[in-house]
Design a protein around this ligand. Structure first.
Ligand SMILES: Cc1ncc(COP(=O)(O)O)c(C=O)c1O
Length: 422
């Protein structure tokens, strides 16, 4: 047998995509290395756009840095878990106990861990389409199968509970909700959430709710935490410091297991085991958790008129309204807008080719909508993190690129050259 065979990788990786940091991002790096100045709107990374984590959170880490050398308890620092337990109790989450609070290296690690503790090969997870693609990837890499329920643009990107229930099979184990939603910015009303809880209860499904943008809300949008609505029904709520507290690089996230302890004891123990196998999460960042849950609100002002996120969102909303080529369901929460291309520019439109063209010709990096596991190819995502002025410039460039496309699509080819081409 030859020893020079290329190393084979896990087969199911071919089903996994993460375009947010994929081929387009690599091309952007190459262009930057060649001296081009790009506007990169592909990652919701506040620190890369000049945002800082709140000073009281930084101080909490600095003050405790002498205590960060050893591993800590596998579930997380006891004081941090107590702080989280009381914060979620204050939101009326039922059965919260610090023994069912799991601190991880970002929500990312906990998404993987919670699915790994749940799935057997071939099990199905109901995932929104569009989704934050880690949810699909983690399902696949833990031997499961994502089954998509639509959050259609013409329904304001809201899911349809009837469709969700129709997708339940004997293999379905969980329903994933992302609220407020990445990439669409949809914020789900209470009545909708209650209907989804009822489906989970009827079919014995675990509710997995990603609430990492829970306080990033615009224009009076009301956020409804799922755990209180789920009551005794098993539910895991995910959140962390990355977005609301603008500290992506600290890698601090948490998962709160709620629901009747008698129904969740085995699952809790499985998560305890998996937490132990990875020893513990980054300790330094955990010292900021109690400061975050007990400290002042530093996000609302950014999301209110005059605030930086609000004004950038306004710039996107106005640019899309003025555009001859774009349609937008206004984001009501989170850090993104997800517009679609309509009219002549949309003829034969391919979101990936457009993103590449925009990068090459206009120095703007966006994420094609199809990266978020949707079957259509006419959307794209931008993050709302740059300054409003930068965003206005971005949409001037997008409009220019779409004008070119519309012109090419509507150009009447003279009969003579048509014959010549034939
Ligand atoms: C919906 C959603 N969930 C999870 C994450 C990952 O968060 P973390 O930085 O805590 O790993 C992100 C990051 O963009 C996200 O948008």
């Amino acid at each position: 047998m030859s020893t020079e065979q290329p190393l084979r990788v896990r087969e199911r990786l071919s089903e996994v995509r993460y375009e947010i940091r994929g081929e387009l991002n690599r091309r952007a790096h190459a262009l930057e290395a060649a001296g081009r100045k790009l506007i990169k709107l592909n990652i919701g990374n506040p620190g890369a756009f000049g945002f800082r984590a709140p000073a009281h959170l930084q101080r909490a880490i600095v003050d405790h840095i002498d205590h960060t050398d050893p591993y800590t308890h596998q579930l997380g620092l006891p004081a941090a878990r107590e702080a989280l337990a009381s914060a979620y109790r204050a939101r009326n989450a039922p059965h919260v106990d610090s023994d069912r609070v799991f601190v991880g290296n970002g929500v990312s690690e906990l998404i993987d861990m919670t699915l790994r503790a749940l799935l057997n090969p071939g099990d199905e997870v109901l995932v929104p389409s569009p989704d934050y693609p880690l949810w699909s990837a983690a399902t696949i890499l833990n031997d499961g199968r994502p089954v998509y329920y639509r959050c259609a643009p013409d329904n304001g990107f809201m899911p349809d509970p009837v469709e969700i229930e129709n997708l339940v099979s004997s293999r379905t184990r969980a329903i994933v909700l992302i609220n407020p939603n990445n990439p669409t910015g949809a914020v789900y009303p209470r009545e909708l959430l209650e209907r989804i809880v009822a489906i989970a209860a009827r079919h014995g499904l675990l509710l997995l709710v990603d609430e990492i943008y829970d306080q990033v809300l615009y224009d009076g949008a009301a956020f409804e935490p799922l755990a209180p609505l789920a009551g005794d029904h098993p539910c895991i709520t995910f959140s962390g410091l990355s977005k609301v507290h603008r500290a992506c690089g600290w890698r601090v996230g948490w998962a709160i297991l709620t629901g009747a302890p008698s129904r969740t004891a085995d699952y809790r123990n499985a998560l305890d085991l998996l937490s132990g196998l990875r020893l513990c999460a980054n300790v330094a960042g955990q010292y900021a958790i109690a400061a975050a849950t007990g400290g002042p609100d530093t996000i609302s002002a950014l999301c209110a008129p005059g605030g930086r996120l609000y004004e950038t969102r306004r710039a996107v909303v106005e640019a899309c309204a003025a555009s001859g080529h774009l349609r937008l369901v206004q984001p009501r929460g989170a850090l993104y807008a997800f517009p679609s291309v309509v009219g002549p520019a949309a003829r034969g439109f391919d979101d990936h080719a457009f993103a590449l063209e925009l990068l090459e010709t206009e120095d703007v990096l966006i994420v094609p909508g199809s990266s978020f596991n949707v079957p259509y190819h006419d959307h794209f995502r931008v993050t709302l993190l740059p300054q409003a002025e930068t965003m206005r410039e971005v949409f001037v460039r997008i409009e220019r690129a779409l004008d070119r496309r519309a012109e090419a699509a509507t150009k009447v080819v003279p009969l003579k050259s048509r014959n010549a081409a034939a």
